[in-house]
Design a binder for this molecule. Structure first.
Ligand code: SF4
Length: 73
């Protein structure tokens, strides 16, 4: 699993940090960063991504398939 944070989208709400505090933290600019990509369970990290109001967090499977945000087919 791979996690990305789009720094242009992040508005520093920190709900990702609240849901998965072992994975995300805010940097000195108040933007979410990944401190440990395996800090929380996959389910918790996915919940953190889903909690982001601007979908700034993208989650990919190891094969590159995007899990979140869902892609319309
Ligand atoms: S929940 Fe989204 S907007 Fe809020 S800090 Fe995390 S990545 Fe940024």
């Amino acid at each position: 699993m791979r996690i990305e944070v789009d720094r242009e989208l992040c508005i520093s709400v920190a709900s990702c940090v609240a849901v998965a505090p072992n994975t995300f933290e805010l940097d000195s600019e108040g933007i979410a960063i990944i401190k440990n990509p395996t800090g929380d369970t996959k389910e918790t990290i996915l919940q953190a991504a889903q909690s982001c109001p601007v979908n700034a967090i993208r989650i990919f499977e190891d094969d590159g398939t995007q899990i979140h945000p869902p892609i319309a087919k």
